[in-house]
Design a protein around this ligand. Structure first.
Ligand code: SAJ
Length: 417
């Protein structure tokens, strides 16, 4: 069975490697020639544990080939970005052009799966019409069209590709069955068959559930600061109840999933989604909340200097998309000197100037922990007391242990501010 994966990004590349390792003959295509060249040279452009070894292995064995064009296959898996316009509606141009790019290679009986996260009704209203227009009839199962949303978490992608349950939403029942068979041959989780619209909504609700839950935690952090109670203690005690699972407050919600996907529901049901919209507003307000706290902590300092540790949207990844850390640094830099450090991020990935850890801390009046990279969790008090002008830390991710000699402020426990 041949698979052609269209789009070799954060999800497409690991998926291509995964299916290749499972014995499928896989061709990965990306319109970005630089990405293709990098892969051909045996390097991998994405930071993800285990990925370089996997890709090297399957490229070497010939199980995975890459190029900048689609090739004829039995299955086409489309895994391209779905960015969002400034007016918070989905930009489906990549999904449309990727679907168009496979058309000349389609033959009757092929399976087309969209793995990209898409707004509800995209399979029915956009993908299927493109295929119909070209002359195939998905209603008569000439092409099997399905949505199988990716659900893997960056940082643990390879394990989750293998183990997670999958939802396969077919345009027709037969399409669900055909596409599900492919996934059943590769994954160890269960594969559930449903309609396309249900799969689209299930995926969006998973991320929206998490976004709304984090908004609740962030609201609690703000309440706690007013009522002088520690939100982290409240959450860990409340979560001991068997039916409660409040998420963690923080500097805001980043990444290309939670910070974006709720808008795909909102755009299709504006009047019916006040809770989802308010949750987005709360999470988007967190960078300003953090900036306010920094100003309060440093109010007695003239020309305070700030070290910002962590720019990525979450720990142990290099992904800067929608990262609240970037917003916080930009806001602070309007008024103060801010030096940034992120061991995962490279110079050419950001407009912000990067420093070594010591350079960033040297002479700064506070260190902000904006990302919970493991390397930060393990930092001893010494590096802070040696370099900072005063041992002040605002740990927005609640990830540093309390240590003698350090004054650690935490979002959710700001009674000292
Ligand atoms: N965050 C909090 N508090 C928490 C948990 C997360 O503030 O308690 C923040 C993180 O710091 C980060 C953001 O939320 O800024 C998102 O991080 P995440 O770890 O929750 O999720 P993502 O965006 O890396 O991946 C999510 C996952 N979705 C779910 O867990 C429901 C993943 O399984 C999806 O495949 C992925 O979105 C996606 O691609 O849609």
């Amino acid at each position: 069975m041949n698979i052609c994966v269209v789009g070799l990004g954060y999800i497409g590349l690991p998926s291509a490697g995964f299916f290749a390792e499972k014995g499928f003959q896989v061709h990965g295509m990306d319109v970005n020639k630089k990405v293709v060249e990098t892969l051909k040279e045996g390097s991998v452009h994405i930071e993800e544990p285990g990925l370089p070894d996997l890709i090297n292995k399957v490229v070497k064995s010939g199980q995975l080939t890459v190029s900048d064009s689609v090739v004829p296959s039995d299955v086409f898996i489309i895994s391209v970005p779905t960015p969002i316009y400034e007016n918070q509606t989905a930009d489906l141009d990549y999904v449309k052009s990727a679907t168009e790019s496979v058309l000349p290679y389609l033959t009757k009986g092929n399976i087309v799966v969209i793995e990209s996260t898409i707004p509800p009704r995209t399979i029915d209203d956009i993908v299927v019409p493109i295929i119909k227009e070209y002359g195939f009839d998905p209603d008569a199962n000439e092409i099997y069209v399905a949505h199988c949303p990716e659900r893997v978490i960056p940082g643990n992608i390879l394990n989750e590709l293998e183990e997670n349950n999958r939802i396969v939403g077919g345009y027709t029942e037969e399409a669900s069955r055909k596409a599900a068979e492919i996934y059943r041959q590769a994954v160890s989780g269960d594969v559930f068959e449903t309609k396309a619209i249900t799969a689209e909504m299930a995926k969006l609700m998973e991320n929206t559930f998490r976004d709304v839950n984090i908004a609740l935690a962030n609201e609690l952090a703000k309440v706690s600061s007013k009522l002088e109670v520690n939100a982290h203690d409240v959450i860990s005690l409340a979560n001991m109840h068997p039916r409660v699972n409040i998420h963690q407050p923080g500097p805001g919600v980043g990444g290309h999933c939670l910070a974006v996907d709720p808008y795909f529901i909102i755009e299709k049901a504006q009047a019916e989604t006040p809770l989802i919209q308010t949750s987005r507003e709360i999470n988007e307000s967190m960078p300003s909340f953090v900036v306010e706290q920094v100003k309060k902590i440093l109010q007695y300092k003239d020309n305070p200097k700030i070290a910002a540790l962590g720019l990525a949207y979450k720990g142990n990844v290099d992904d800067l998309r929608e990262s609240p850390a970037i917003t916080i640094v930009e806001k602070l830099a309007e008024q103060f000197e801010v030096k940034c450090h992120d061991p995962f991020v490279k110079e050419d990935m950001t407009h912000l100037k990067l420093h070594s850890l010591e350079e960033a801390l040297d002479g700064s009046d506070i260190a902000l922990i904006l990302t919970d990279h493991n390397v930060f969790k393990d930092l001893g008090a010494g590096v802070f007391t040696t370099h900072l002008s005063q041992p002040y830390i605002l740990d927005t991710k609640n990830c540093l242990p309390a240590q003698e000699g350090l004054t650690i402020y935490r979002i959710g426990d700001l009674s000292k501010v």
